[in-house]
Design a protein around this ligand. Structure first.
Ligand SMILES: NC(=O)c1ccc[n+]([C@@H]2O[C@H](COP(=O)([O-])OP(=O)(O)OC[C@H]3O[C@@H](n4cnc5c(N)ncnc54)[C@H](OP(=O)(O)O)[C@@H]3O)[C@@H](O)[C@H]2O)c1
Length: 382
């Protein structure tokens, strides 16, 4: 795919249409991910479920909606009102997760999906309020819930954070992210024993991701030239396209599958080199990769995951970070899109954003910093 500006305008319109988006509005605004009208199911499930999504209008929520509607399910949203503008054809119940759940009273759903980020009290209030009105409670947790990522391969049996292992007093209000996730998981399992599903995604990527943690790479490779690449290319990467995550979520709801599930991929961890070459396959700019060892990068202030997104070389204690055995998840229905699909959709989304936003990619290296580090590397290595 050629990524000239003209091509992007065209690709954006086509990509938007393919995604069911509004191609005529301001594509960078969240609301542009709104289909103009309720899409017809494209691959209906044998039985339609009634699904309540707590949230639904941020990053993953709209894709949960889309995955559910594609399967012909009925979706209700609960948020402070953004759902009414984004999904006018869905029922949005208005409340506040800080304590106003009245809009949910007297209703029944098959399943609720809770997207609360790091607010155990939100999750506790919702679970208590809904325990007799839903069959299944799905909580979107995180790989960060694991207190120990040293096992190879990792599985969902690995220990998760406790107040004790995190060294955090029980009365502390704002919990570290991983501990907040682990505490929320246990709340759900206590309030709805045997009826809870815990999803532990790794880095969620793809269209709509405003954190830019994967986006850095497609955008950088699309720019072409000499690209600073970390390590020797062999370090493993496991991440998840938001659409794979939400398709899996809906499958677990359809089958009333309970338990804990890691949500990352692919099944065989992808070496960093394969990730970058795979992304390059959907761009046309001339480019080359210069692989620079971790020690040199560290010495020049280039940190894994921050300045080199997606890259976390296996250091002691984190050997399993991107080495999950996903056999149970695949048996339960987790599938993986191609990297090409993810890379293309990410580029289309990125180039649909306002130019200022396009020019302020979050993590990663600026062009100047990258050139400096490459120059230092060549000066040392000829
Ligand atoms: N990004 C990653 O790589 C990653 C990795 C692992 C796990 N996760 C997890 O994935 C989830 C991401 O969720 P998301 O933000 O994309 O979910 P979302 O459901 O799409 O968006 C957040 C929703 O929360 C609603 N909301 C915010 N404050 C509220 C309040 N006080 N009362 C009621 N509703 C409120 C917002 O609507 P209103 O503003 O209208 O209220 C919005 O609909 C999080 O749990 C995160 O921890 C993310």
């Amino acid at each position: 795919m050629a990524h000239t500006r003209k091509d992007f305008l065209k690709a954006t319109a086509l990509g938007g249409a393919a995604l069911g988006l509004n191609p005529t509005g301001s594509l960078a605004e969240r609301v542009t991910r709104t289909p103009l009208e309720k899409p017809a199911p494209t691959r209906p499930a044998p039985r339609a479920k009634n699904i309540l999504i707590l949230g639904g209008t941020g990053f993953i929520g709209p894709f949960q909606v889309r995955s559910a509607l594609e399967r012909g399910h009925n979706v209700t949203l609960f948020n402070r009102g953004s759902g009414r503008a984004m999904f006018p054809y869905l029922e949005t119940l208005v409340g506040d997760r800080n304590g106003d759940y009245e809009a949910l009273r007297g209703r029944r759903w098959d399943v609720v999906i809770d997207n609360a980020r790091n607010n155990p009290s939100w999750t506790e209030m919702a679970a208590e309020f809904l325990k007799d009105s839903v069959d299944q409670f799905m909580y979107v947790s995180s790989r960060s819930a694991y207190a120990d990522l040293s096992a190879v391969p990792m599985s969902s049996d690995a220990p998760t954070w406790t107040y004790e292992s995190a060294g955090v007093p029980r009365d502390q209000e704002n919990l570290p992210y991983g501990l907040g996730k682990a505490v929320s998981e246990r709340i759900v399992q206590r309030v709805m024993p045997g009826r809870s599903t815990i999803l532990r995604p790794g880095l969620i990527i793809g269209p709509g991701d405003e954190t830019d943690r994967f986006t850095y790479w497609p955008v950088r490779i699309h720019r072409g030239g000499e690209i600073l690449a970390p390590g020797d290319g062999s370090d493993p990467v496991q991440i998840i396209d938001v659409r794979d995550l939400t398709d899996f979520t809906v499958r677990l709801a359809e089958d009333l599958t309970t338990g804990e599930f890691n949500c990352i991929g692919p099944a065989t961890p992808r070496p960093m080199a394969e990730l970058l070459y795979g992304i390059r396959a959907v761009t046309t700019a001339e480019s080359s990769f210069t692989w620079v060892p971790r020690e040199f990068l560290e010495a020049h202030g280039v940190r894994p995951y921050q300045e080199m997104p997606c890259w976390r070389p296996p250091v002691p204690g984190f050997e399993g970070f991107a080495r999950f055995d996903l056999t149970p998840e695949i048996e339960a229905g987790l599938t993986f899109r191609t990297l090409a699909d993810t890379a293309e959709a990410t580029l289309e989304y990125h180039f649909s954003r306002p130019v200022e936003r396009q020019n302020s990619i979050g993590p990663g290296l600026t062009a100047e910093r990258e050139a400096e580090v490459l120059a230092a590397w060549h000066a040392q290595n000829g």
